[in-house]
Write a new protein. Sequence first.
Length: 618
Amino acid sequence: MHDHLRDLGRSIADQEDSLGRLWRATDDIHDLWQQSRVIREVRGIRTVRGLSYFYHIREPESDEELSWFKNWCDEVLGNCLRKLIDTTPYRFRKLQLVATEDDHLESILRRVESPNLIWLRWNNCPYSCLPSWIPMKNIRVLEVVGTKLKKLWRAESQAPLELRELNVYAPLSMFPKSIGQMKHIEKIVVTCMPDLIHLKSLPEEFCQLSSLKYLHLLCPDMKSLPDSFGYLTNLQHLNLSRCRSLQGFPNSFRNLIRLKYLNLEYCSDLTMSEETFANISTLEYLNLSDCKSVQVLPRQLAHQPSLEILSLSETNLKELPGDIGNLSSLEELSLGNSLLEMLPCSLGHLSSLKKLWVCDSPELKSLPDSLGQLTQLSTLWVGGCGIQSLPPEVAKMNNLVELRVRECPLRELLLKNQAEGEEETLADPTGRRESNLDSSVANAQQQCMYRLGYLQLWQTEISHISFGEGVCPNLKQLDIRSCAHLVDVGALPPTLIRLKLYKCRRLSKIEGICNLTKLRKLNIRKCIEVEDLPSLERLTSLEKFSADECSKLKRIKGLGQLAALRILYMSSCKALEELTGVETLRSLEKLNVVNCRQLQWGEGVVEQLGRQLKFFDL
């Protein structure tokens, strides 16, 4: 952790004959001393440097058991520990690391000669402030959890001046002014407990922490930061997420010239000016998600050469900076639930962008054609927008691995061949286009979306789907759900492993599945217009087939050749007349044909299946 802890660990390891730590995961407090023979070995207890004691008992199952558990812990375990420590004639001489809970800390420290703690973890602290009997002079790491803790320490002289790390989970109401004297502290984490009074402000003295590098304040009631907050010039990591009442930053904020990580998620009252980042050019991570009051972005945002992750979801932004394309290191960009009406063409200049989310922006009707210039893009999510088509240039993204389009009136998806300029079309409901894709395309450079492995289309308006040769040649999963206009599915990539056509209520033809020799899972549930399927005899890898509520489906041709099939779900297929060959499937484990009223069985088949299957529901 720190150099002094490293050196301490080395010295303990070097002294093999000396007991350096006490640790027992037991509910028997006697075991802490007796089983380790600490009582019998005087030198042992005197040389112990680290002691950890916590209750390790199963979680109570009811309020009554919880109440009994707490009383038992206080009266039995607590008294036992205090009695053992009070009656032990030996004292800890070198104890420096202590981890405990409740009121056991005082009992432990009473047995320490000249306490010199450097690390303290105290769970369930029962006090409103840290007691004066804790030796704070040399503490480097302090971790405290307590529902009653309102103030860190009462007397200003009690401040741990050598502290490097402070981690508090408690309903703190204030920081003592003496915190400004802790010149060595590098990390502070303060998390306020829910439904309790929280920290509302920081003292000006807080901004004197010249060594502070990491600050995490989860304080919903904090409304402002000190005017001198920008004096924390060594600060690199700042997390103010869920500071819902924070309204803005002081002018000095722009002076945090070493800031790399800034998380402002759920700061719903926060506003920013164009000058907020005026002197900052070191950001690597910026999260403004759910900052609903942010309407203007700082001008310097587009001049962060190291920025890798930017989240602008759930804001009231109406436009992005025109020079956002200057973010040459940006790898992830999230735009969701905003008032955006268009995206700047400079978006295509984000040469390092790998992941792009554009969601829940109903006024956004199109994506810029420059999207095709994002040659490194591997993930593209589009959802909840007014987009009716994706730019044809999307087909040129041969590094794209995952494409999702959800809840958009998408009517057409053009997959254009780069070499010939010809295209395979997912057509709109008003008129079907036939495929003109050149079937001679052979190499990866000429194929459309060569690396695409996952394609998702949910609640779109696409009516026809057919993939030609060279289109998505490595597609593994095709997930289509609730596409109410989808009528038929034509040719599909032979590389498919999973195919889901769920709740496509107008779908009547699924011709493209017959040659999917690698397919393992097929789901056509709630496709109520499907009456017939092509023969499945070539689907030799199929393990699971779900066709529940396909109320017009009459039979499954080639069922007896599905040697790998383990699960077959056909419930509520009311027109299903036969399952020829199902009794020959030796790998079949589960079969559900509940509410298949027309289904006829051959003689003895039901009895045979009853003996053969692990699950069989008629």
